[in-house]
Design a protein around this ligand. Structure first.
Ligand SMILES: Cc1cc2nc3c(=O)[nH]c(=O)nc-3n(C[C@H](O)[C@H](O)[C@H](O)COP(=O)(O)OP(=O)(O)OC[C@H]3O[C@@H](n4cnc5c(N)ncnc54)[C@H](O)[C@@H]3O)c2cc1C
Length: 317
C-alpha cells in the first residue's frame, strides 16, 4: 500500500488548450487512462463519450459568447426559454454575454432548435467546433440567422470584465487528490461540474497503479503514534482483502471494502462566484479539518489571482 499527502492543482494549463483536448484530459481522469492521450485521440474520445451519454465530460469546456441582436423580441424570446446551465447578462442595450459549457449549448439547441437566437448561437458554434454537433446537425450545417451576430469572447477579455461579471463568467478547474470522504463532501455543491476517478473502472492491482491501493495520509493521526499504527493496520488489512476479492470478482464488487481514506482524484469546475461560496463554507471553523487542509491554501491561490473577489473572506484559524 502507498500513503500520500493530499494536494490540489489549479488546471490553468488547460485554459490554453483546445476545447476538445481539455475535455479529453479531464474525461480520462475517470478511467485513469491519461496514458492513452495522443495528438489524435481527442476526437474519437469525444465521439465515444457522446455516443455513450457520458455527457458530464462535455461540461469540462466552457466558452463565453458575445451576442449582438437587432430586435428586442429576439432577446425576450431567448430569456423566455429560461436557458438552463447558462450564465446570461445583458451588457449593453442590444448585447448579451452568454457563458456555458459544450453540454449546455448542445442541450440548448436540442430543446429549442426553432428559436432564432438559439439557431444563431448553434450555427456559430457548429462552424467553429463541428465535432460537438455532428450527431445533432446535418453536415451541410445551419443557415446563418439575419439580425444576430455571435462571436467568441477571448479568455483575456473575460479576465478583464468588471468583478461582478468576472465572478459569473470566469470558470476555473481544480484537481483535488484527496480522500473519498472529502470528495463526497465537495460533490454536494450543485452549480459545479465534476469528474472523478472511478473505482468501478480502476483496478488497483494493475501495474499502472503499482499493484496496490493508495491511501491519503490522515491529518488526524501523527505518524509514530498508536492511533496512526491502528489506522495503518486497518488500511493494510483492507488492501489485502480488496486484492483477494479482485482475484474472483470485478473492481466494482471488490471496491465495496475500500474505506474513506482511499485516495481519489476529483476535477471540480465552477465559476468564481461558486468558488467564493465553496470557500466560505469549506474554510470555516465548522468545516472538516481535512477539507480545510486543502481549501485554505487553495483559497490563498485564488486570492492572489482574483483579489477583488476573494479578499473578503476572513479565516478563523
Ligand atoms: C460544516 C458543514 C456541515 C455539513 N453537514 C452536513 C450534514 O450533516 N448532512 C448533510 O447532508 N450535509 C451536510 N453538509 C452539506 C450542506 O448541507 C450542503 O449540501 C453543501 O454544503 C452544499 O452547499 P449549498 O447547499 O449551500 O450550496 P451549493 O450546492 O454549492 O449551491 C450554491 C448556491 O446555489 C443555489 N442552489 C443550488 N441548488 C439549489 C436548489 N436546489 N434550490 C435552491 N437554491 C439552490 C443556492 O443559492 C446556493 O447558495 C454540511 C456542509 C458544511 C459546510
Amino acid at each position: 500500500m502507498k500513503v500520500v499527502a493530499p494536494y490540489f492543482e489549479i488546471l490553468e494549463d488547460l485554459d490554453d488548450q483546445s476545447l476538445a483536448v481539455r475535455i479529453e484530459v479531464c474525461g480520462r481522469i475517470c478511467y485513469k487512462s491519461e496514458d492513452k492521450i495522443t495528438p489524435e485521440s481527442a476526437e474519437p474520445f469525444i465521439r465515444n463519450i457522446i455516443k455513450h451519454g457520458h455527457n458530464s465530460v462535455t461540461e469540462m469546456a466552457v466558452l463565453t459568447l458575445k451576442i449582438l441582436y437587432d430586435t428586442e423580441s429576439m432577446a425576450i424570446q431567448f430569456f423566455n426559454l429560461m436557458p438552463k446551465f447558462l450564465l446570461v447578462d445583458r451588457v449593453e442595450k442590444k448585447e448579451l454575454l452568454v457563458t456555458g459549457s459544450i453540454r449546455a449549448f448542445r442541450e440548448l439547441y436540442k430543446s429549442n432548435s426553432t428559436v432564432k437566437m438559439v439557431k444563431a448561437i448553434t450555427e456559430y458554434l457548429n462552424s467553429c467546433h463541428p465535432l460537438f454537433y455532428e450527431d445533432l446537425i446535418p453536415a451541410r450545417g445551419l443557415l446563418k440567422q439575419e439580425g444576430v451576430l455571435v462571436e467568441k469572447v477571448p479568455l483575456e477579455t473575460v479576465e478583464s470584465l468588471s468583478a461582478e461579471l468576472l465572478a459569473k463568467h470566469r470558470h476555473v478547474a481544480v484537481l483535488f487528490v484527496v480522500n473519498r470522504a472529502i470528495t463526497h463532501e465537495i460533490v454536494r455543491h450543485r452549480p459545479v461540474s465534476f469528474l472523478q476517478e472511478s473505482q468501478r473502472y480502476c483496478r488497483y492491482s494493475q501495474d499502472k497503479f503499482g499493484n496496490e491501493v493508495t491511501f491519503i495520509k490522515p491529518m488526524f493521526f501523527e505518524k509514530g503514534t498508536d492511533e496512526y499504527s491502528l489506522w495503518e493496520k486497518a488500511m493494510q488489512d483492507t488492501e489485502e482483502i480488496y486484492l483477494k476479492l479482485l482475484g474472483t470478482s470485478s473492481p466494482q464488487a471488490a471496491r465495496t471494502v475500500l474505506p474513506n481514506s482511499c485516495k481519489t482524484e476529483l476535477i471540480t469546475f465552477a465559476n468564481l462566484l461558486e468558488w467564493l461560496h465553496i470557500f466560505k463554507l469549506r474554510t470555516s471553523k465548522g468545516a472538516e479539518p481535512s477539507m480545510r487542509e486543502v481549501m485554505i491554501p487553495l483559497l490563498h491561490r485564488f486570492q492572489e489571482k482574483y483579489p477583488t473577489i476573494f479578499n473578503g473572506i476572513e479565516l478563523n484559524v
